[in-house]
Design a protein around this ligand. Structure first.
Ligand code: IPM
Ligand code: MN
Length: 356
């Protein structure tokens, strides 16, 4: 009998992406092996180098092929020789949009042994998840400009919020909060006092869907207040749901209080389709090939991928090993401060998984 396997499309991407992805795959294979399944990986050369040599970002043919995978595992997209915006829009956002990955899931968990810049807060206080809408809002690309480059120029960028898009995101957040089964509290992050059209739709939808989840406590805070509380009282949060732009901003703040870009992982999720997992730190071009970037963000992105695929046992093995490395082996989670190379950290995690 052949064992269960998953087909994973690997997009190492630019800069330090390939280094951390290699560690992520190493760890994923170890956890899969221990749990009785395997991963079949195919590499896709998308990114800045591919764009500079071919003029191609991502073709329809590639998008079509990606749809046949169980998940996509991404390193980082971003190249110093390519104008900002091109790769972000034509690769990263295009993949999110075309594959209809309508949720951006960002767990924020401070692990033992990791430095947080917030004095007096510890792992019990920082453990929440942000559910960011990932296909609409200001990212939808609606708007335009007139008389560009003249004194009369006008630029308009509109936030698109559809009932369907908002509802599926809010519903996902309620479901996720219930399954997570921690504080069972869902906070809507908005700006109902100013963005009276968009967040009216969000708030009404949120309250309506809340009726189906009597076991979940609901709360609301404006996005500016969320930024305050996240620093002052992060323990108030369990799950936060918000739109694309606010989610982008608050998840960088959240990443910092959990230890920074060496740690933060995210999932672009289409619950009915192909999801994509990534360390959120970017390509860090100046560190390319130096083996000083922390691979834990990529490893935790792999964990999130396994959770999404329903492989909870294997995901738990990864998390336990990551926690052990953070507590016992790494001096600091920042680039160049670990006291270990990127691949040494990956090896330690693999060893802990195999010993478990
Ligand atoms: C993120 C990133 C992207 C975003 C950029 C690179 C387009 O900041 O994943 O949060 O804004 O969504
Ligand atoms: Mn961002």
């Amino acid at each position: 009998m052949s064992e269960k396997s998953y087909k994973i499309a690997v997009v190492p991407g630019d800069g330090t992406g390939p280094e951390v992805v290699a560690e992520g795959i190493k760890v994923l294979n170890a956890a899969a092996g221990k749990s009785g399944f395997s991963l079949i990986t195919d590499h896709f050369p998308l990114g800045g180098d591919h764009y500079l040599s071919t003029g191609e970002t991502v073709t329809d043919e590639t998008l079509g092929r990606l749809r046949s995978y169980d998940a996509v595992f991404l390193g980082a997209i971003g190249h110093p020789d390519v104008k900002p915006g091109v790769l972000e829009k034509d690769i990263l956002l295009k993949l999110r949009f075309t594959l209809d990955q309508y949720i951006n899931l960002r767990p924020v968990k401070l692990y033992d042994g990791v430095y947080t810049p917030i004095k007096d807060k510890s792992p019990e206080d920082i453990d929440f998840v942000v559910v960011r809408e990932n296909t609409e809002g200001l990212y939808a690309g609606a708007g335009g400009c007139l008389k560009r480059g003249t004194p009369d120029e006008v630029a308009v960028q509109e936030s698109i919020n559809t009932r369907k898009g908002v509802e599926r995101c809010v519903r996902f957040a309620f479901e996720y909060c219930r399954k997570r089964n921690k504080r069972k509290k869902l906070t809507l992050c908005g700006k109902t006092n100013v963005l009276t059209y968009a967040f009216d739709l969000w708030e009404r939808t949120f309250l309506e869907v809340a009726g189906e989840y009597p076991d979940i406590e609901t709360d609301y805070a404006h996005v500016d207040a969320i930024c305050m509380w996240m620093v002052k009282n992060p323990e108030w949060f369990d799950v936060i749901v918000t739109d694309n732009m606010f989610g982008d901003i608050i998840t960088d703040l959240a990443a910092m209080i959990q230890g920074g870009m060496g740690i933060a992982a995210g999932g672009n999720i289409n619950p009915e389709g192909v999801s994509m997992f990534e360390p959120i730190g970017g390509s860090a071009p100046k560190y390319t090939g130096k083996q000083i970037i922390n691979p834990i963000a990529a490893v935790s992105a792999g964990q999130l991928m396994l959770e999404t695929l329903g492989e909870f046992g294997a995901a738990a093995l990864i998390e336990a090993a990551v926690m052990k490395v953070l507590k016992e082996d790494i001096e600091d989670v920042g680039a160049g401060k670990m006291g270990k190379t990127t691949s040494e950290v990956g090896d330690l995690i693999v060893n802990y998984i195999l010993e478990n």
